[in-house]
Design a protein around this ligand. Structure first.
Ligand SMILES: *[C@@H]1O[C@H](CO)[C@@H](O)[C@H](O)[C@H]1NC(C)=O
Ligand SMILES: *[C@@H]1O[C@H](CO)[C@@H](O)[C@H](O)[C@H]1NC(C)=O
Ligand SMILES: *[C@@H]1O[C@H](CO)[C@@H](O)[C@H](O)[C@H]1NC(C)=O
Length: 227
């Protein structure tokens, strides 16, 4: 079962480097005058969100600020609706991760803080819009970072290519990170730059590119269940 990549990606927007004022809900007067039906549902979901935001922000203050929460484009959705739209990763069975004992013998102490973003190996947070392709975003982001760590070049790669071409998944209706990786590993498809094959928020026909075009392919991978 690996559901976490989607949750992780969706959490990132809330962890951005914004200041408190950027996140402060400046105007909380709700835009729903005489709520009924779906408007009422939105208002009640929004009220729940505000409660949750206040709770999470209350746990983080002074030197202990790790994240600031605020109103965003998801706040009018209930947890159930959010899950149905955005958390469409299909689980795959992978072996449980077993920590390697050899690591414990290293002399240098672990740094108090380590953030791959400081090493310039993480691309910007993406917006999947109304497309349930978190599985594709997760895999592509992982490849971008692995490539950047190895080659010192951070490239934005095409998520749309994975959505359109990974035939063992369901485009914007969900998919599995493991199926996508296994497709990439088996076909050696070169992921092209995002600018060459930009995100459309809906699935389309798979575009093909010449072997000589720039692209990054996967030669192997491992997957573990970290829980
Ligand atoms: C809040 O928004 C309402 C409606 O958009 C506006 O009329 C009001 O002036 C705003 N209040 C503040 C404090 O910005
Ligand atoms: C931050 O959290 C630690 C551990 O929970 C606590 O000991 C410390 O007093 C907190 N610092 C502030 C400024 O709240
Ligand atoms: C990836 O593909 C290579 C062959 O190209 C194969 O040897 C390897 O087992 C594959 N990895 C996984 C995890 O399936």
């Amino acid at each position: 079962m690996i559901r976490w990549p989607c949750a992780l990606l969706i959490l990132l927007p809330f962890l951005g480097n914004g200041s408190r004022s950027e996140f402060a809900p400046a105007n909380l007067s709700l835009p729903f005058r005489n709520p009924k039906g779906s408007e009422w549902k939105k208002e009640s979901a929004l009220r729940e969100s505000i409660k949750r935001i206040k709770h999470w922000n209350s746990l983080s203050f002074g030197d202990n600020i790790t994240a600031l929460y605020g109103i965003n484009q998801f706040s009018h959705l209930s947890a159930k609706e959010f899950k149905a739209i955005y958390l469409q990763s299909r689980s795959s069975k992978v072996p449980r991760y077993v920590p390697q004992v050899a690591l414990q013998g290293t002399d240098s102490p672990l740094p108090p803080k380590f953030d791959w973003r400081d090493k310039n190996v993480v691309t910007e947070v993406k917006n999947q819009r109304q497309c349930g392709a978190c599985w594709a975003f997760s895999v592509v982001s992982g490849i971008e970072s692995a490539y950047a760590i190895k080659r010192n070049t951070l490239e934005e790669l095409s998520v749309q290519q994975v959505i359109d071409c990974s035939y063992n998944n369901y485009g914007c209706n969900g998919g599995s990170t493991i199926s996508a990786l296994s497709w990439l590993n088996e076909t050696h498809v070169k992921l092209v730059r995002d600018s060459k094959y930009p995100f459309q928020a809906h699935a389309g026909l798979c575009h093909y590119f010449r072997r000589s075009d720039f692209g990054i392919s996967v030669t192997d991978y491992v997957a573990y269940d970290l829980r």
